[in-house]
Design a protein around this ligand. Structure first.
Ligand SMILES: O=C(O)c1cc(=O)[nH]c(=O)n1[C@@H]1O[C@H](COP(=O)(O)O)[C@@H](O)[C@H]1O
Length: 279
């Protein structure tokens, strides 16, 4: 079952790190002729040190039909290498439309998890929850995003608490009836750039995996994350995209070697930060 598999893979590799394959055309180094070739090279270089990749669909949608084909070819290649695949699609809509969105992603063998937006409420998410059981998949719902303006809405006070806390409560409640072993199939997204909020969210969402983006290029650090989580490294996935994909630009190495070195360095940074914080 999916959450047990995720937990086992992370445990075996001792690494909660997820590589984001958010590949733009101008990221390709000299001599690499397609996004799929680039992504396959990255996957080959990291498949034995991380449990999962996250593929942000925007960078593929941008290039129309060809881009979408490359999105799925990348997902299939990653699966073939034994990686779990998070499709970062941030969907949700009125129930009837959500049924189609859900089928589009969760019924596919090459996708294990997707990201969702909670703004439309329960009936916009229920089809995804049902399909997560039907197809043995998982979802991550935005709780507190990493971007600068996320507080415009997410930190508004509602019923005496910031909205992101209300959302965290809801997600935890929805997730309680979709358990798979010790964790729910329904997880949350909380940015590394807001450690205080991350701490509160972890306090509310004890049995939900947290996908934590914003580490690296957006300024979130291993220390921020470790401090927010009181040194508890369980139940999290930490994503970094540009820092890995573009590591070659800061070294004289081949892009694959540079990416692998970066992932190994980030893994060490995380382990050091968490070990320093273990209570
Ligand atoms: O859902 C996400 O993954 C996500 C949520 C969020 O709050 N912040 C955020 O950056 N992301 C995604 O995480 C990735 C971050 O990329 P880098 O900043 O290059 O590491 C992108 O794919 C973003 O779309």
């Amino acid at each position: 079952m999916i959450m047990q598999k995720l937990q086992e893979s992370i445990g075996k590799l001792n690494n909660p790190f997820v590589v984001g394959l958010d590949t733009k055309i101008d990221y390709l180094p000299h001599g690499v002729s397609s996004v799929v070739e680039f992504n396959s090279g990255i996957i080959d270089s990291i498949y034995d040190v991380v449990a999962a990749v996250k593929i942000q669909i925007a960078m593929y949608e941008e290039r129309g039909v060809e881009g979408i084909e490359e999105f799925y070819r990348t997902a299939e290649y990653a699966k073939g290498r034994g990686l779990m695949v998070i499709a970062d699609v941030k969907r949700a809509d009125i129930g009837d439309t959500a049924v189609s969105y859900s089928k589009a992603y969760l019924s596919r063998d090459c996708i294990d998890f997707i990201t969702l937006n909670p703004y439309l409420g329960y009936d916009s998410l229920a089809p995804f929850f049902e399909d997560s059981e039907r197809y043995d998949k998982g979802v991550f719902i935005l709780v507190k995003t990493s971007n600068k303006s996320s507080g415009d809405i997410q930190n508004l006070i509602v019923e005496g608490r910031p909205l992101y806390e209300v959302v965290a409560d809801k997600v935890a409640g929805w997730g309680a009836v979709h358990m798979d072993g010790g964790y729910s199939r329904i997880g949350g997204v909380a940015g590394a750039t807001y450690p205080d909020e991350l701490k509160r969210i972890r306090g509310i969402m004890r049995y939900n995996y947290l996908l934590i983006p914003g580490y690296g290029a957006q300024g979130g650090t291993a220390e921020d994350i470790a401090r927010a989580l009181d040194g508890d490294i369980n139940g999290i996935l930490i994503n970094s995209s540009r820092k890995v994909l573009l590591a070659y630009r800061k070294s004289n190495k081949d892009y694959r070697e540079a990416a692998r070195n970066k992932v190994l360095r980030m893994k060490e940074e995380l382990r050091d930060a968490f070990n320093d914080r273990v209570q």
